[in-house]
Every structure is written in C-alpha cells, then in structure tokens.
Design a protein. Sequence first.
Lengths: 375, 390
Amino acid sequence: MEIYLDNSATTKVCREAADAMMKMLTENYGNPSSLHSKGVEASKAIENARQNLADALSCSKDEIFFTTSGTTANNTAIFGAVNANKRKGNRIITTSLEHPSVSECMKKLEEQGFEIIRLKPDMNGAFSPMELMNAINSKTILISIMAVNNEIGTINPINQIKTAVKRASSDALIHVDAVQGFGKIPLNPSKAGIDLMTVSSHKIHGPKGAGALYIRKGVKIQPHVVGGGQEKGIFSGTEAMPAIVGFGTAVKSLPNITQELADTKTIRDYFVREVTKIGGVHINSPDDALPYIINLSVLGVPSQTIVNSLSEQGIYVSAGSACKKGHRSEVLTAIGLDGKRIDSAIRISLSRYTTKRDMDEVVKALDKIVMRIRR
Amino acid sequence: MKEIILLKDGELALKGLNRRTFEDILMKNIRQRLRHAVGEFKFTRSQSTCVIAPVDENIDFDKAVDIIQHCFGVVGISRAAQCEKDIDVIKNTALEYLRDELSFARTFKVEAKRSDKKFPYNSPQICNEVGGFLLSHLHHLKVDVHNPDVKVTVEVRDNHAFIHGNQLKGAGGMPTGTGGKACVLISGGIDSPVAAWMMAKRGLQLTAVHFASPPYTSERAEMKVHELLKKVARYSGRIDLYTVHFTEIQEAIRDNSPEDMFTITMRRIMMKIATRIAESKDCGALITGESVGQVASQTMWALRCTDAAAGLPVFRPCIGMDKNEIIEISRKIDTFDISIEPFEDCCTVFTPKHPRTKPTPQMAEEAENAAWDDELVNKAIETAKHMAIH
C-alpha cells in the first residue's frame, strides 16, 4: 500500500506530462534558439506550453515567462521589480509567513537598506487588507503576498490587494506567490490587478525543474539572471525543454478547478470529522482553508514520530513544512498555537487523486499510532 | 608520464622491534584499500623504500594518493614521476612534472640521491644539471638551499629515476589493526565519530553498533550514521556496522523504569548489547564519545553506572575534551556538517524532564532490572542488521 499525502511538497508527475517529456528527451531535443528545423520544432513546443499556462491564468501568452522553479520565479519577480523601481522608493510590504524563496529575498533587500514591512497575520493566518492599506506610503514600490499558505492552507484575500493599493493612491507593483494555489483555486491576475504572479510545475503533477512568472503587459522588471537573453531577457539560460513541456502538459491536464475543489472539500470535511474522533487530535488549519492542505496535531506524539510511523505503513505526510526541516514552524507560532500543538503538528496534503478510502486508512493508522505511542 | 608513490621507512610512524610486522600490516591495509577503491597496485620494496606503482596506468591516481594519505600509519608520502635514467630525460621530466608546483613557488633547491653508482653523474652534478635547467626555463625562480618553497628530489635507482617535489602529509597514527579490534557505539552526534577516529588512529580496527528506534527515529538518522562512518573509514578502512532495532527495549524502559533513570538504564542496556556483539566479533574494548559533564548521563556518577554494565574496557577518548575541541576534530575529519543535521537519534527519545545526575550503582541496577527482558535483548542482538562500510 502506498498513500502519498505530501502533495504540497511535491506531486507525482501525471501520465500525460511524463509521455510528453519522454518525447522531448528522445525526439524533440532541439534548442529552441536554433535556426534549423529541430530548433523550430522545440520552439513550437515551448510556445504551446506557454499558451497552456496563459489559458490557465486567463492572460496573454506574452505575459508568461518560464523559469526553473517557483523559487527562481519568486527571486526574479522580487529582485526584478525592486531593481527596476528603486529610484521611486524603498519600502516593500510583505507578510511574516512567506515561503523562504520570498522571505529570504526580503532579508537580502533589508541588508541592502530597503525598508521591509512584514504584515502580521490574523488568527487564521491571513493578512488584513486594511492593515495593508495603512502600511502603504508614497515610498512603497512592491507588495509581495502569497496566495495560499503552504503549511496550513489559509487562502489570502489577494483580490483585495489592488483595492488597497488604489485607495492608498500608490502605484506599487503587486507580486503574488501562487505556487500552492495554482491549479487548485481559480486565479485571474489581470482581473485582480496583480502585476507579477509565480506558479510552479511540480505541485500540479508536472515535473520538477520548471516554474513560471506572469508579468502583466507593460510592467517592466530588471532581469535577475542574465546571459543569452532567453525568455525575452527576463530569465536567461537554455530552456529546460522537457520540464517546460511537462509543465505545459500538466496544466492542460488539470481538471475543472471548481468541481475538483468541491470534491476535495467533501473528502476533507469527511476526514476532519473522522480524525477528530481520536482523542487529542486538533485541526490547525482554518475551516475555510484550501481543502487540499490539512494541518493537524496529535497531542503527545512528536511530529517526526508520526511521520516515521505513518511512513512505515506506506502513508507519506509531512512534519510542518517540508522546506524547513527541524525548525519550529513560524506559521503555527503566528496563529497562536502553543508549543505542544506545534511540536506534534503534521501536514497532510491531498491531490486530485486522493480518495475517501485513502483518508480512511490515515485515520486508522493514526488511531493505531496514538494507542501505541501516547502514554 | 608514469606516476608512482614512494613510501619511505623513515616516514612510517613506527619504531622498535615490531616495526616489520607493523609495516606488513600497513602495506596490506594500503593494498586492500587501493584495490577496493581504485584498482590493483604493485608494491616493490627496495633500499628502505616502498614503491607503489599502478598496474594499469589509466587509474585515478589522485584518488590513490588521497587514499594512502588518509591511511593511519602513514606520516608522509612522495608522489613521483618515474623516468629513464638519462640526464636529459630527467631534466625534461622534472620540468614537465613539477611545472605546476614550481609556478607558484619563489624558491627551490634540487636534492639528488644516487644509489646506482654507475650513473655517469654524481649527486652534486645531478643537482647542478637539473637546477640549472629549471632556472633557465622558469625565470621567476631563485635557489634557496636552506629554506626552499619546493624541494625537488631526484633519485637515481637501479632501474629507474624518480622525481618528486615536496612531500605530502599523511594521517599519522598507527596502522589500523595493529592494536586489535574495538567496537564503537555510534549515535549520529558529533562526539562518537570523533571518538571512533581517535581510537582508530591508535591502530584499532573498528566495528560499530548503532541503536535505531523506528518510528521514533527516522530512516534518515540511520543514513546519517552510514555517512559518518564512511568519513571515518577514509582513515580506518572497512568498518562493520551492526544496527540494533532498539524500539521495544526503549518502550520497555519507558514503561518500567523510574523516569529520572530512563537515560542511565538505556545506556546500560546499550553497553550490555554492545558488549555481546563486540565479543562475538573479537573486539577487545568498547568506544564511546562520552565527555564528563556534557549531559546528565555523562556525569562522573552516571558514567560509573554505565561503566559497570559494560563487560569490556570502555575507551572514551573525548572524556576530558571541551565541546569546542571535539568540534575542531570533527571539522578536520569532515564529520561535523553531517552530525549537525537535525534528525532525532535514539538518545533523544523519551528523555526525562529531570534526569538524575548522581545515580548510585544500586539505583541503576534496580532500574535496569525493572526494565530488563532477556527475550527482547536476545532478539535485538540476533536481528541486528550488518553492513560493511568502506
């Protein structure tokens, strides 16, 4: 038995994407910059992938730029926007719960003398649009906020960022790290007035090694990685064709998002009902969080022990956030949980392949673990 | 160009009557390690030097040099070019072979050793010829006979001439196995690999016992131990690791011993299990990374209690060292970065809130008796997983 429930860390590549990649590795292996027909073929494949991304984000193909990961897309967006606008001001607004690929950029910028305002989340882990508006001043050049929190699944009101910026009469750029939301909730950056949006391949059943940045038409950013001028100079380096095509195919293979969201919510609610029947199990994710991410604590059992025990039974989940091994979760601290809850927290993250029966197995396994380990 | 390695008698760390035996063991160790990691080498002993030459010249010579440098018992080695006994060939070989080394030197000198007295040039003449030739090609160089940056050595022997630059440092210590075999209790922390390395340096061949408590400890903790031992094995050679499944015993301790005695009891049972494994593998001692006062189970009183449980002498080379001193060695042997990876090991499972720091042997025995289960202990020993680490 193998039940993979660490889909917020990474996902299994879907069959369609794997097939498309194999073709890129063995047949269509050209460099899209080459002038001969092998190059032209590759170039068609990348544009096709770009179109798939554009369709998913309801934008134009010219607004999609491929990178090598969510991290490189976030770095490109943040450093690119800041470097293009540093003469206008030095204030950047973000939240205290961003993924390290954003928060570490902020740390670097802070060292360089930028003023970083980190909005504190409310009890659900979301930022407050009102507080955001109050933090914006005439020196503000960039706002960077994640769409969905990777540890507890809180959905941020990203559609209200533009309103806050307008009300504060600012022309600050807006960046949204949508890695955990992409393919799971409807995203329409141009409608929401978002200037830059990061998405990643391997969280939606595409391969590792590809990410993309949406850059709204007319928005200028400075390249962060320079070289041969690929991706219109925004992200140089020979395109990772197999990964990019796999990404494009995975996007195309996404099912109807609204339907899938509703189905997952049903499974999630069912699981929460069942699992909380076990004494000492508490759900840490807010009720209206993304149903794909369920953070819970099994009081009295350390996170790592739960992860190892479930792993022995072929069930794979994560302790806190997989990106930060061995550290106490800032997110869980920020939403006001005590040490005991945090030290026994695990993250179960679902995919469109997760079934109700899988979740029954998890409940059974957790029950067994609690019986054995808790004294 | 054919490269060889020269290992000179004076460069072995050994003196006295056992010297010959020790040398034989060292050569055997080197041969085995080269065979395992690089390939076959030919060992020729002549005139107080051992010449180690690759059978196949396409092997990874850098790696071979690295392996010999890390063998305990080797104080220094010379990496040399072998060439024809002709003064022009010698000159050109010296220039070509040592060009890189000499490019970064300001001063040099040439030293010649001629054991083949029929060679038409005597030692001072060889020095003059080779030195003059190098000077005429490398204009930045100056001669300094007292304190040169690079000492170029030319050895004219019966069959070949050898040319080498500065000697490379070896790991020192005594050849592995000359002191017998001992068994290290390895956790995954900073201290135990350092302790293992220190005792291996004194010529002990290592066997290792690791206690794993899945699901409380993760697979990664075991992988970490493998990585640590690989680093130690660079110096000590092959290590036989036995991983003991310790979960049930730890649960029995949790359920039956007084909480403040958990750690002591666990350590005592570990010592007993390690002793039995060690004895069955012909080990004459146990090795631990304990250091007085570092944690509650390493106070003098606690050590007395755990010591009493061991059936063999327990070597604790870190006993009087500060953490910083231990860390310094762990950095030197490259285990530090692995040790600090944050995976739980079995010593941190079920740690009592207030462990007893001054237990008496009687308390320790009572606590152990309460938790002891022959069947569990036998099963743990019988099911220990073996793995050879190189």
